[in-house]
Design a protein around this ligand. Structure first.
Ligand code: ATP
Ligand code: MG
Length: 300
């Protein structure tokens, strides 16, 4: 069973399709990284799942049930755009009001529980407007966690956070999925960060799913390359191209793709009079995988 299963989802704004037959499968227990360029339809998808927008066509199932099912709706928490907090009220008061909205009876206990998850139990009395951006995002997540949702939907929660803010957010999201039985759908442009936590990826373009894959699948498909510097980059590149198929110059380094045998490359270069330095074996990361996938689609 999937936490989210979408088929043929369509949504248009003023006659223009934002989503044009989107499909999506988010496994239970995953941290699903939702990736796509600006305007590709990520936020629209998330708003539809949350019922903030109405769809034109298609089906959305959450935990096997139609997304309008009241029993399933209460299992969804979301942080889309901003936390929707009252700036002049304390974190505690904001959470308390949300507890009242949701009909949560043991509010104080529940507030302590969610503040602990987002590591903010010491900041209960702080006014929302006094919070840093990172803290505001965490309060937003605390709000979304009220009532123990089984699915958490987060739209760009790490945008604008500093390194420490991102690290804390990473720890929180892993904690939520591993220890609180929650599935997380997270959209982000910060692929390097996403890569550290996501177990699955969905890549969307112009309102359609281009590819869904697990982190393991991405890892196994990702190309390996050997990178190094030499004094005469152009000369070395020409020489390498006679022997190896995929040679590229990237950010001041020569790269030979799809070649596992570093020694063979080095030996060949030296035999041609080029002595390489800073030799490194790498694997293409999420960012490059994404860029390559997008350029293939563009040329298709
Ligand atoms: N309320 C709206 N009214 C009109 N057009 C909209 C509305 N919401 C979204 N759109 C359009 O739908 C398309 C998809 O937008 P969406 O916000 O879902 O993209 P996104 O992938 O979240 O982009 P970003 O990375 O910039 O957040 C865009 O062309 C956008 O202009
Ligand atoms: Mg968006």
């Amino acid at each position: 069973m999937y936490a989210i299963e979408i088929k043929g989802l369509k949504k248009s704004f003023r006659g223009m399709y934002a989503l044009n037959g989107l499909s999506m499968k988010v496994p239970v227990g995953s941290i699903y990284g939702f990736i796509g360029e600006n305007g590709s339809g990520k936020s629209t998808t998330e708003k539809l799942i949350c019922g903030h927008l109405s769809k034109d066509a298609g089906t959305i199932k959450l935990f096997g049930k139609d997304y309008t099912d009241a029993g399933v709706r209460v299992r969804v928490g979301a942080l889309i755009e901003n936390a929707g907090c009252f700036p002049g009220s304390s974190i505690y008061m904001n959470l308390k009001m949300q507890c009242l909205n949701l009909g949560i009876s043991n509010a104080d206990e529940e507030i302590d529980r969610v503040l602990k998850i987002v590591r903010m139990e010491q900041n209960k009395e702080l006014k929302f407007k006094k919070c840093s951006l990172g803290m505001k995002q965490r309060v937003g997540i605390a709000m979304a966690l009220l009532g123990s949702p089984a699915l958490l939907i987060l739209d760009e929660p790490i945008n604008g956070l500093d390194t420490d803010g991102m690290r804390i957010m990473r720890e929180i999201l892993v904690d939520i999925t591993e220890n609180y039985n929650c599935t997380v759908l997270i959209s982000s442009h910060i692929l390097g960060e996403l890569e550290k936590i996501a177990t699955h990826y969905g890549i969307i373009r112009q309102g359609k799913m281009v590819q869904e894959l697990s982190a393991e699948e991405m890892e196994s498909r990702a190309r390996v390359f050997v990178s190094f510097k030499v004094g005469d980059m152009q000369g070395a590149k020409k020489a390498l191209e006679k022997m190896f198929k995929n040679v590229r110059e990237e950010s001041g380094y020569l790269r030979v793709y799809d070649e596992e045998n570093t020694e063979a490359i080095v030996e060949y270069l030296v035999s041609k009079g080029y002595v390489p330095s800073e030799i490194k074996k790498n694997r293409v990361g999420l960012e490059e995988y994404y860029i390559e996938l997008m350029s293939k689609k563009e040329n298709a």
